[in-house]
Design a protein around this ligand. Structure first.
Ligand code: SAH
Length: 251
């Protein structure tokens, strides 16, 4: 019994050492990234109404190995405070924007969260680090399968992903305490509003694709009344898919 315990402890410390070594080489860049997020937060405080972010959000971002979420040839830029291409014309969002959107969700411990636009999976990993149970939808099948493999390899078991058109949400798993849309939409998809629970919040870039959108906070109160507030001008890749085409055809 004793040797079993020792073996377990040894294995556990080995995992720890291996993890620390891979994060270690990126530690300086990661710390600089967190400082830049704080600097951007201060610079945009007048617009966003937030002069600082929740420490738990910054701590969560400090735990996600962002270099695992970018193409290998771009790893040296992984902790730069800017978006990077991830293939198929898509991008991993700028760290500051990930931090702000996460902060706006004001998640409770073990919240159920829906993400539309999995991309690299980085935003979902940040939410998971905050203790959320994450459901995430990606429309590009290749990105969807890459990310399934990535979540498994990095041990993000609290994230469930699928390929599909996120415009329609994930009704079987809803309602959600929080919904985060990481692609720009001209309107707020009605199915997503429907899948938000009373007291829930959604963060979504609203505006025309390929121009500046408004990062919008959508709040549904306990009686089901929905209010929106524009937080910051942002630039996201467009939300695509059949649902989106239908909404732009709407009168
Ligand atoms: N959250 C991502 C960044 C996403 S970029 C990250 O952390 O890396 C936006 C993503 O939304 C792209 O991968 C794009 O393919 C996806 N997307 C666009 N329209 C979509 C739709 N209708 N449903 C689901 N995903 C969509």
């Amino acid at each position: 019994m004793k040797s079993l315990v020792v073996a377990f402890l040894l294995a556990a410390s080995l995992v720890h050492v291996v993890g620390a070594a891979s994060a270690g080489s990126h530690q300086k860049a990661l710390e600089r990234m967190l400082q830049e997020i704080e600097a951007d937060t201060a610079l945009t405080a007048r617009q966003t109404g937030r002069s600082s972010l929740d420490d738990r959000v910054l701590a969560a971002m400090g735990r996600v190995p962002r270099h695992e979420f970018v193409p290998s040839e771009l790893r040296r830029y992984a902790y730069d405070n800017r978006p990077l291409p991830i293939g198929y014309g898509q991008t991993i969002s700028q760290p500051y924007i990930v931090a702000l959107m996460t902060d706006l969700l004001a998640l409770s411990e073990d919240a159920r969260v829906l993400e539309i636009g999995t991309g690299s999976g980085y935003q979902a990993a940040v939410l998971a680090e905050l203790g959320a149970r994450v459901f995430t939808i990606e429309i590009i099948p290749e990105l969807g399968s890459e990310v399934t493999e990535r979540f498994a390899r990095l041990g993000y078991d609290e994230v469930t992903s699928r390929v599909g058109d996120g415009y329609y949400g994930w009704e079987e798993e809803g309602p959600f305490e929080a919904i985060i849309v990481t692609a720009a939409s001209p309107t707020i998809p009605p199915p997503l509003i429907a899948q938000l629970e009373p007291g829930g919040v959604m963060v979504i870039p609203v505006g025309s694709p390929f121009s500046v959108q408004q990062l919008t906070l959508v709040e549904k109160d306990e009686t089901g009344v929905v209010r929106t507030r524009q937080v910051l001008p942002v630039a996201f890749v467009p939300l695509t898919g059949g649902g989106q085409d239908r909404s732009t055809d709407d009168p």
